[in-house]
Design a binder for this molecule. Structure first.
Ligand SMILES: O=C(O)c1ccccc1NCC(=O)[C@H](O)[C@H](O)COP(=O)(O)O
Length: 202
């Protein structure tokens, strides 16, 4: 099971993620987020990561130039694109050597949104209606149109529900932020370790 922990802002919690053997760590560049981090500060976090761990920058409605500039400054391996993506934005990120995760609300995906922008190498992340809020992805949508490509489940996952949801929906990976926080925007070492253990035991 591929496990990504998103919204990391401190070296201490980044080190916990690495020690817990996560596959990817996310930093948030959406300015509205309580987890927002400057690309230059993110770089200092990314430099602590072993090469085996993906370093993912999360963007929402961001112009392609902004994505590429932040990815360069922060030293990202991967960009996770929520909301509006400019035409050619995914191709431009791939041409810059970045891996791409396209994030869509599960209901949006089931309704057919953005299917034409999903290039073969793009991983899909199906999320709740308000990314990073702890709200679950719509169960009916996840069951009505399960993606044929590799996809990640996100939205409202916690150490207590992640194993059950993996069994219900069969994603190749899971992504969490709110469910491993002791208060909004503040990550908890115990919850991160419990989440990874639960996901990997499913
Ligand atoms: O984390 C945010 O504040 C955020 C803001 C804007 C776009 C995306 C954002 N986060 C994305 C994620 O952390 C994950 O992909 C996922 O939505 C986590 O959801 P949850 O575990 O329900 O917090």
């Amino acid at each position: 099971m591929f496990v990504k922990v998103c919204g990391i802002t401190t070296p201490e919690m980044l080190d916990v993620c690495v020690d817990a053997s996560v596959d990817a760590v996310g930093v948030v560049f959406a300015p509205r987020s309580v987890r927002y981090i400057e690309p230059g500060d993110a770089r200092m976090l990314g430099e602590r990561l072993p090469r085996s761990v993906e370093f993912v920058g999360v963007f929402q409605d961001a112009p392609t130039d902004t994505v590429l500039e932040a990815a360069h400054v922060a030293g990202l391996t991967t960009v996770q694109l929520h909301g509006v993506v400019e035409p050619g934005g995914i191709e431009a990120a791939e041409a810059a050597g970045l891996r791409v995760i396209r994030a869509l609300g599960a209901a949006e995906y089931a309704a057919g949104a953005a299917h034409d922008s999903l290039l073969p190498a793009v991983r899909l992340l199906l999320d709740g209606p308000d990314p990073g809020s702890g709200e679950a992805a719509d169960p009916a949508s996840l069951l009505s149109r399960p993606p044929e490509r590799s996809w990640l489940l996100a939205g409202g996952l916690t150490p207590d529900n992640v194993a059950e949801r993996i069994r219900a929906y069969s994603p190749y990976g899971v992504d969490v932020s709110s469910g491993v926080e002791s208060s909004r925007g503040v990550k908890s070492e115990d919850l991160i370790r419990a989440f990874v253990a639960a996901a990997c035991s499913a």
